[in-house]
Write a protein that binds this ligand. Structure first.
Ligand code: SAM
Length: 289
């Protein structure tokens, strides 16, 4: 197993919900380079804290996410998979794959749209409970029987079991905001992709539209913890998730990190869903890499 065994620390006290961050968070500059980290928990503690959160929410994760997004998360993920433009026969690495929503939609697309039954998905996630829910969800499918989907516990920032230049495509959906060093995960994606391989990231974004942006930020700070408390009986975990999402860098900054890793990212570098509630980044590893 490529990830370390993790203990389950208690959640640190969150900042009051009314404390909001600027819509464009600053990146920190250190001797090691630009670090995309502005979360309120210490950077060294974030990995364990987020793992602890996902252990607690795994069983109800999908149903709570459906309610708090008004079922839009399903639409966003479907758009994302279509935007990835799946290619018959390719090998996809789905990182932070959680409950396998992306793997399921991707393989369905390959079957139904491309008429392809040879493409594969390797799902990697840090959290054993999220993986367990994902494995259970796909357990009785033909994809498992045909060995088209495989699972491993592992860290997006250090994909030690994945060889260099071995994957045709890489996806990560709502995964980057959990990471202490998202820029490391982007570098790992670059390493494992073949030249010409596609990097696809779906992540929560910053809504820059004035009034709508305020409403969304208020919703994240107040309603998300309330709904998590109500449906999952776990307000602290959903406060932590909301804080993690809210501290993720602005799309303009994150697209720069993707370019810094060596990817070709066309145009302005990102596409907005619902004015930036979600953001899609589709990049390519250059053929001459
Ligand atoms: C919000 S869920 C998203 C799950 C899924 N990709 C989706 O779109 O429904 C985030 C996932 O990231 C995983 N995760 C958090 N930190 C990780 C890390 N360092 N490496 C790999 N996965 C991680 C969590 O365990 C969780 O399953």
């Amino acid at each position: 197993m490529s990830s370390r065994q993790l203990s389950t620390p208690s959640l640190p006290k969150q900042k009051p919900a009314s404390v909001s961050k600027p819509s464009q968070s600053p990146a920190l500059s250190t001797a090691a380079g630009t670090v995309l980290y502005t979360d309120t928990v210490p950077i060294d503690a974030k990995e364990k804290i987020m793992d602890s959160v996902y252990c607690k929410v795994a069983d109800k994760y999908d149903s709570v996410t459906d309610v708090m997004s008004f079922y839009m998360n399903k639409v966003w993920k479907q758009w994302f998979v279509e935007r990835m433009k799946p290619i018959p026969g390719e090998k996809l690495l789905d990182v932070a794959g959680g409950t396998c929503e992306i793997a399921k939609r991707y393989l369905t697309y390959q079957d139904e749209v491309n008429g392809d039954s040879t493409s594969t998905v390797h799902v990697v996630d840090f959290n054993k409970d999220m993986l367990r829910v994902g494995q259970h969800r796909l357990a009785d499918t033909q994809w498992i029987k045909d060995n088209r989907v495989t699972f491993a516990q592992g860290n997006a920032e250090d994909l030690v079991d994945i060889a260099d230049n071995s994957m045709d495509a890489y996806s990560i959906s709502a995964g980057m905001h959990n990471l202490p060093h998202p820029e490391k995960a982007v570098q790992e994606a670059y390493r494992v992709l073949k030249p010409g391989g596609r990097f696809a990231c779906l992540e929560y974004g910053n809504v820059d539209v004035p009034i709508f942006g305020h409403i969304i930020r208020w919703y994240w700070d107040n309603m998300l913890p309330a709904i998590g408390g109500w449906l999952a009986n776990d307000r602290p975990s959903y406060e932590r998730l909301a804080r993690s999402v809210r501290s993720f860098p602005h799309q303009k900054q994150f697209s720069q990190a993707i370019r810094r890793a060596g990817f070709h990212l066309p145009g302005k570098g990102y596409e907005l869903y619902q004015c930036g509630m979600m953001v899609v980044y589709i990049a390519t590893k250059p053929l001459n890499a």
